[in-house]
Write a protein that binds this ligand. Structure first.
Ligand SMILES: [Zn+2]
Length: 255
């Protein structure tokens, strides 16, 4: 069992939870995508089958300071196996389009939005440090792929991967991403759109992974939030295992 994207630091009792997951043979990449999560995650001991990623989520792109950037670089330099992210673009949050467009004027496409700037800076950091990139996209996948290519990520000859977390693109995106050393991390929601379900069938098997994306709002198979229902650490572990297995089962029945 390997969960390719888990928001460990956002879950209750993250250290005890990590321990309980490892005892059940459940490995994962733990994502910390806001400065407050970085410190929590950094201190949690994991075994060497697990991974960590530190980054800046597009939902907070307009709120980051230069101190945050310094801290992020410092963390990545210190944690030599850590990935960068999750980072990306999201049309639901501030900074997705340029301020000119927000003001109702015609947008200058040559100007890059705050979310794009914050994303590109992380792509450059990942390229420089030769790390995997955990990529989030709600909105224009083609725009995101164009940015990765402009930043020449990943650097040729390195093992760094472009991980499309909670993948929701169509077949044109699967094809366009092939030069980016891609991994498509599938979530139960990845099967909702017909165009994505069709694209998933075309992804080479070695590029497919599974994830729960679980944070404090995750919903189990029945659509209930185990955290809100006051479940114990053991109960949450059971829910995560069921959820991850159900994603894998959906993939098996899709292809
Ligand atoms: Zn996430």
């Amino acid at each position: 069992m390997f969960d390719f994207h888990l928001h460990l630091a956002r879950l209750p009792q993250p250290e005890q939870l990590a321990k309980a997951l490892l005892e059940r043979g459940y490995h994962f990449i733990a994502i910390a995508c806001e400065p407050w999560e970085w410190e929590i995650l950094e201190k949690i001991p994991l075994d060497d089958k697990c991974g960590k990623a530190f980054g800046i989520h597009p939902m907070i792109a307009t709120q980051v300071s230069e101190q945050d950037w310094d801290k992020l670089r410092e963390l990545l330099v210190k944690n030599t196996d850590a990935g960068v992210g999750e980072c990306g673009i999201d049309k639901r949050y501030e900074g997705y389009i340029t301020s000119e467009k927000v003001a109702g004027q015609s947008a200058f496409r040559s100007e890059i939005s705050t979310q794009e700037q914050v994303f590109k800076r992380q792509v450059e950091l990942a390229r420089e440090l030769r790390r995997d990139l955990q990529i989030h996209c709600v909105g224009d996948y083609a725009r995101l792929i164009k940015m990765l290519k402009e930043c020449r990520f990943p650097e040729p000859g390195t093992q760094a991967r472009s991980i499309f977390h909670r993948f929701g693109g169509d077949v044109s995106i699967v094809r366009a991403a092939q030069s980016l050393n891609p991994i498509f991390s599938l979530h139960k929601d990845s099967f909702r759109k017909k165009s994505t379900a069709a694209a998933i069938a075309e992804i080479p098997a070695e590029q497919v992974r599974f994830e729960t994306d679980a944070d404090e709002c995750f919903l189990n198979e029945e659509g209930r939030c185990p955290i809100k229902s006051g479940m114990t650490v053991t109960g949450i572990v059971d829910e995560l295992i069921t959820l991850l297995q159900s994603v894998k089962a959906r993939y098996d029945s899709n292809s």
